[in-house]
Every structure is written in C-alpha cells, then in structure tokens.
Design a protein around this ligand. Sequence first.
Ligand SMILES: Nc1ncnc2c1ncn2[C@@H]1O[C@H](COP(=O)(O)OP(=O)(O)O)[C@@H](O)[C@H]1O
Ligand SMILES: [Mg+2]
Length: 556
Amino acid sequence: MEKKENKFEDREKLTSKIDTLLEGFEIKDEKGYEEKSSSNVETGFGEIDLEEIKEIHKNNVPSDSQSEQKGFGYKGLGSRRIYYNKDIDEYIYEVIEPDLSDSEKELLEKLVYLFGVSADIDVSGFKEVEKNQYLENALEKIIIDNHIEISNDTKDRIFYHIFQDFIGYGKIDIFMHDIGIEDISCDGTNSPVFIYHKDLESIRTNVVFNDSDELDNFVVKLAQICNKQISVYNPIVDGKLEDGSRLSVTLSKTVTRDSNFTIRRFREEPLTPIDLIDSNTLSLDMAAYFWLAIQYNSSILFCGGTASGKTTSLNALALFIPYSHKIVSIEDTREVNLPHENWIAGTTRTGFSQAEESKSGKDIDMFDLTRAALRQRPKVIIVGEVRGREAYTLFQAMTTGHLSYSTVHAGDIRTLIQRLESPPISLPRSLLTALDAVVFMNSVSVDQKPVRRFTSVTEIIKLDSGSNRLITFTPFSWFSESDVFNMEDGSRIFQRIKSENSWSDKEFEKEFENRKKVLSWMLNNNRRSYKDVAKIISQYYKNPSSVLEKIEEDGL
Ligand SMILES: Nc1ncnc2c1ncn2[C@@H]1O[C@H](COP(=O)(O)OP(=O)(O)O)[C@@H](O)[C@H]1O
Ligand SMILES: [Mg+2]
C-alpha cells in the first residue's frame, strides 16, 4: 500500500518532466494524445506468407523451403523465418533480432539505468503509439543530456531491445505480433519456447530462457501486465493480457520446479457459423439444426478437450440467439464476444485474497456471478466454462425457463456425466435433463492437418427413473474415415419445435430448408463476417420472406 502511494507522489512530481518529454505531441483530449505523422516509430509488420507455409505443410516433406517475415518491433528491425530442419525432421520458428556487441550491451544498460532514474511513470494507460513516442523521446533526451556518442545504426539496434523490454513482450514479442500463432508456451528454462501455429501445429522456436531468474522475472512481468500479483503464496495466476490474450503462469519452486507460462492468443474477429461450415467443423444441416434449436429455446452444452474449439463454437452459434433476448455472460476471462445489445458481460475477480480458504469479500467467483446474473432476469445465461458449484445454480435456472450455453471439459457423455456428478460440481443426475443438447468437439487430423470437428451432437431425452439412466439420442455424428457428418431422423428438439409451432412435417421441412438456403447463400457470397452474419440473422428473425426473396433474386 505504502509503495502505491509513493508511486502516486512520484507521478505528481514527474508531471512537468513528462510534459517536456511529450513535447512532440498535440494534446487531443483528456483520454489521449493525437498521433503525429512525424512519428518515426514503426511497429507494423508485413503480410505473412501463409500460402507458402501451407504449401510446405501439405507436402510435409523435408525441404529447404522457408517462410520469412520481416518488419517486427522498433523500426521493423526484427524478423522471423519458419523452416524445415532436416536433421530433426521438424519445423523451426526462428526469431531473428539485431545483435549487440558487448560494448553496445553496456550502453543499453546505461540507457536503461538513466531512463529508470529519470522517469518512472506508469505508461500502462497509454496507447501503443503514445508509449512508443514517450519512450523514444525520453531516450533521445537522455542521449543528448548525457552527451552520449552513438551512431544512428547502433542507436536503432539498442532501441529495438529497449522497446521490446519496456513496451513489448520481451523475448516473445515477435510471437505476440505474428498472426499465425495461436499459443505460446514455455515449460521452463533451457528448453525452447514452443508455439502453436495455426497451420503447422506445435513447433519449437529458437527462443530459450537460460536462467531461472530471467524466467521468474519474465512471468512476474506477464502477471503484472494482467494486473495480477504472483508470489510464492499465490504461485498460479490466470489473467488477460492487454490484447485480450489469455495468460496462465506458474512461479518457480512452488508447484513446478521452474516458472512456466502459456499464452492463448486473442482472435480479433470471432468465427461465425459460416466459418464453421466452411471449415467443415459442422455440416450445413447441423448449422440449420442449431439455428432452429437456439431460436426455439434449447440449452446447449459444448464439451471437449482443451483447445478443441468449445468456446469458439459457443460464440459462433450464439449469433443465432434472437436479438431481443437479454443475455448475461459469466466467465473467468473475457472470451465471449456478442453482437447483442441487451447483453451484460461478467468476469470473475480473483487475486485480492491470497488463498481460497480466505476468500474475502473482494473476490468474486463464478458462483457469485451466477447468482447475481439470475437477479438480472436474463433470458440467456452463458457460462464460459462450468467448473464448480455454480453449475447447480445454472442447471436450476435452466429448469425454470432460462436458456443456457456453456462449455465443460469432457471428452464423451460418460466422462461428462461423471464430471458433472462428482465434486466440485456435484450435480444431481435429474438436473442434467434440463439440457437439450450436448455437442462433443474434437481437434482431429484430416489430411494431416489439425482441424476441429463437432464429432457428435447428443440430445438429452429423459432420465429413466427405473434404471437411473440418461436416455439420449444422437442426431448427428461424424465419420472420421470420410470426414462427413451423418444425420439421423428423430430429433427430439425438432419434434418439440414442430408441436410448439403446430407445424406439419412438411411445414417444418420447409423451414429447415429455408434456413439451409440462407446459410448457403451467406457461404457462397462470402457474407461471413461477424457483423454480416449477425445482420442477416436478425433480418431473418424480423422478416424472413424479405431475406428469402433477396436470395431468390441473387440465386444461390
Ligand atoms: N472451428 C474452428 N476452426 C478453426 N480454428 C478453431 C476452430 N475452433 C477453435 N479454433 C481455434 O482453436 C483454438 C482453441 O479454441 P477454443 O474455442 O478456445 O477452445 P476451447 O474453448 O475448447 O479450449 C483457438 O485458437 C481457436 O481460434
Ligand atoms: Mg474455452
């Protein structure tokens, strides 16, 4: 606490200093500073040559092919290349950054030291450009004030590293700016940092943390970026980085020998049902099924292993939720992203107390949020991941007319039931019947490429009171050999929709076909962005014939 106050004091004192440093800026408004075109800080990066990578992967034979991308970091001095290493029969992701001689390293340390004593302001509220400009001005000023002789070339290479450490993500900064990377993980010292590339899966990099102090400091820094404290008392931290990526770190000598971290990268533009159809994650029939099921009040649970695509699919199918429905979402870290206006997003808050037993009034967990959510009278409750006692409240809510979409870590129905019935979830089996359907997701390999598939969709029919067994029906299942989905007649959800709307079989069939038409039209006309899909679906809800007419006009 004391430390914090001091920091504020320092900040006050430094205001005038900052003013001088920010001289290159025009103040636009209270929130920020306008970017000046004279800024010579370049942090952009060029087009990634994914086609080339895909080609490499498709052939999947050792070759000298490599894919290079330049333009990372300060003045674009960093680059990376991905190449196939024949010796170890693996792809390597190589980060290439400006080298520094020993004397240049000394100079770097001197500059960092002088920067440290001259300005200790918190730039966390600054925008990227502001931070860059602030740092560059500060360093230039230090060089002039201290009469440091330095060539432009050396200066740029030194600045590259200072920028990376102060503003970027240090050694992993290039990974954080490479759009092909989905995951970054480091299991400890002296072993390479691995990345998960969207086309090449898990590949090793040439980035290594050599000593444990360096790695400890690094994970502490990552935790700080998420505004979380990490210590021997609280050695495991989950959080969200500035760009929305999810961080998970463990501090050394506690539960693991070395510190480690995993970063799940944030996807800017959420996938839509059209993207899922296009990648054959589900079939057109299935998308139409979910559209009807979700419109007509079905609760759905997405199951699967880690990174099988549960959250992504939940988010994509949530586009089918009618726009007037009030939605409350509950998550540990914000992942769900909806176009709905009547949506309240809640995230848990931890890290205020050190241990679970001493959960203070300040910590807010899923259970608290679920109960709070119900007081807000939502029609739909979305729970990022069901893990604990909040499940009971959630399932009870479903039995009283709320709709719910959530994810659970479970590979098949047996494991699912087991997980839901055992502590800490401890759900009575009878409550499981509140669910209408369970989607099982898998990350599988098709043509040696990693893809996501809805491996089955299972409807929960009822609990057989005699045998205490859950009676289920599986309208869709995926065949791995042919990579196609089978549709079985007899969906209980369809039957319910038919009777609720008093539709004949024919009327229902027509509606099902219409939905498929709309979805195929979006696919064929490349209307797949989140905004486009949301617009077309809401238009269909308001006035289906206007959408169908337009499609007829256009032709499929
Ligand atoms: N259908 C899909 N097609 C392509 N990539 C996907 C698909 N579903 C998920 N992904 C990607 O897989 C990763 C893990 O997805 P996520 O939904 O977070 O998994 P989970 O919630 O099961 O842990 C993300 O990087 C996401 O972008
Ligand atoms: Mg998830």
